[in-house]
Design a protein around this ligand. Structure first.
Ligand code: VOV
Length: 248
């Protein structure tokens, strides 16, 4: 029986994607709109303080196309805290003008494929920091869920550990070419949501998102074993810029 790789798990993660009901928003009174914007900004400023204290992190981006209007990605030490945030958002005035479009529940995950014999990566401060990451405030985000295939001869879960390790190593070489251009957060979601991992990429130059995903299609681990869910791409929505984003 192939051996399962050990994972290290960090902060819990919610990707919350919503649409804005622009018709309803336009029909609301100026006072209602102001209340909604103010509440939303207050929440985000509070979460910025949480991030400053290194008790969590979040990212807020507008989404291109018709699948959603914005994404809120939240990281917190416990699932309960994520739940409280979701509830608070749902009870806010602004939420009255939104409809859900997609959500994803997971936990920041690093695997031990690359660990050296006898090493305990959990003791490594760099590894510990990556399990509780500070999400970058780069201009663009790309989020998608994915699986590793389990079909006939293309069954990732039947490969021996050494073969999987080698394929992951090749994957990491492609990834390393994008150092400084792309920051990736991989979260595991087995038992939590419909796919096995979520991939969240941040880029300063939006084109680098297309380039890395394209190049990785040729890595065996993606070409042969990758299955992908819907892709979402967007632009940063800074808290101060929200009134302008929502202005009508
Ligand atoms: C930005 C670049 C980048 C870099 C440097 C990088 C490196 C690494 C390393 C070293 C490791 C293994 C150890 C660990 O850290 O877990 C991983 C792990 C993983 N990756 Fe990755 N990945 C990147 C980027 C990157 C992308 C763009 C994708 C999507 C693939 C695509 O085709 O769309 C991806 C996927 C994953 C997944 C799903 C896993 C977990 C798989 C598993 O079976 O456990 N990843 N990844």
């Amino acid at each position: 029986m192939p051996e399962a790789v050990e994972t290290m798990d960090g902060w819990y993660c919610l990707h919350d994607l919503r649409k804005i009901d622009w018709t309803k928003w336009k029909k609301a009174s100026e006072e209602e709109r102001q209340q909604a914007v103010h509440e939303l900004q207050t929440m985000l400023y509070e979460w910025e303080d949480v991030a400053e204290a290194r008790d969590g992190s979040h990212a807020f981006y507008s989404i291109m196309g018709q699948k959603a209007d914005f994404i809120l990605m939240i990281l917190r030490p416990t699932m309960q805290e994520l739940s409280n945030i979701e509830l608070r958002f749902n009870k806010s005035k602004f939420a009255e003008f939104t409809t859900p479009s997609y959500s994803y529940v997971s936990v920041v995950e690093l695997s031990k494929y690359m660990s050296k014999e006898g090493d305990n990566p959990e003791e490594n401060p760099g590894v510990r920091a990556r399990l509780k990451p500070k999400l970058p405030d780069w201009d663009h985000i790309c989020f998608y869920p994915m699986d590793k295939r389990r079909e006939g001869n293309d069954n990732w879960y039947m490969l021996p550990m050494d073969e999987r390790r080698q394929l992951m190593y090749e994957h990491s070489l492609t990834g390393r070419k994008y150092a400084g251009e792309i920051k990736q957060i991989i979260t595991g979601s087995m038992g939590f949501d419909d796919w096995e991992w979520s991939v969240t990429l941040f880029a300063k130059d939006v084109l680098q998102l297309k380039k890395i995903v394209y190049e990785m299609r040729f890595d065996v681990v993606s070409a042969r074993y990758g299955e992908f869910g819907p892709f979402y791409v967007g632009n940063i929505l800074k808290t101060d810029a929200i009134p302008e984003f929502l202005a009508i």
